[in-house]
Ligand binder design. Sequence first.
Ligand code: OGA
Ligand code: NI
Length: 353
Amino acid sequence: MVTLGSSILVPSVQELAKEHTINVPPQYLRPDQDPPVMEAPSLLPSIPIIDMERLVLQESSAAELERLHCACKEWGFFQLVNHGVSSSLVEGMKSEMQDLFKLPLEEKKRFWQNTEDVEGFGQAFVVSKEQKLDWGDMFFLTTLPHHTRKHRLFDHLTPSFRVTMETYSLEVNKLAMSILEFMTRALGMKVEEIRELFDEGTQSLRMNYYPPCPQAKSVIGLSPHSDSAGLTILLQVNEMEGLQIRKEGLWIPVKPLPNAFIINIGDIMEIISNGVYPSIEHRATANSVQERLSIAAFHSPRLTAEIGPAPSLISPENPALFRRVGLEKYLQDLFARKLQGKAYLDSMRINHE
Ligand code: OGA
Ligand code: NI
């Protein structure tokens, strides 16, 4: 069984939030974090919207592909509408996730992380007891390929959640492959290069639960980071906003459209595209009003793949900007570190003097 790593076990923030209605414990206070931008939201730019139906339709495909290319190059983030995943499936996934987080702590303990494995309930990237913590719990699990699923977690899920998750996982994976193929076309890469890497690829789901916080401005729901995956498909589960992306030094809030997915480029896609599509730092803020929930689906190549800039994108004029590395080693090293913006990806860069 593959284990990517572990994280120091921490208390449930959902439980803490029930006890701490006035002050939060100091380990969650983050005077080091940038405050939110103060501009009126209407004055801030918003992430592009890409229409999957237009990408597929012959008449509109070329123009939409150009828009996709710009969105990936300039933003690394976009909202995808008309994505073809049925809304009843999406709603089913949302309500199953909400029920899971409503379970009493005693029952959740069956799904808790252990000292060897980051999968389950808890937090990731906690590597020291002194480290500041995020104001949120996650339920993390690998869903694809099937044989890498952890029985200790899947066997305790309700049969209806297992069925919904199975369908969601496959549908979202299919969508991710299709987006990746459009990206390779836009980049001028060979489609086989992406298929070869992502066939039998890994998918993991990170379900995030951010409880309301009495000192919402002094904590952070999820520390600034870029996703290590190839491509992330993020679903906002309830109406609370809180996702912000870093653009030109500002933290820009994302206003999710109903029935859209938020798609973002991860570090692995930045490596494959040889830096043309950058992964973008983002974070989740907390609020004092209501809990917030989201589900991130991360898509990466198969564990035995070697990742590096696509051979069709490098030439003497365009030398490789990143080292090549086996995916399994890449992920194991990632989970052994604290989340720190794009520091990990930077450690993979080749210096061309
Ligand atoms: C993540 C993530 C953002 C959110 O899980 O990697 O960035 O809105 N989540 O919860
Ligand atoms: Ni993320």
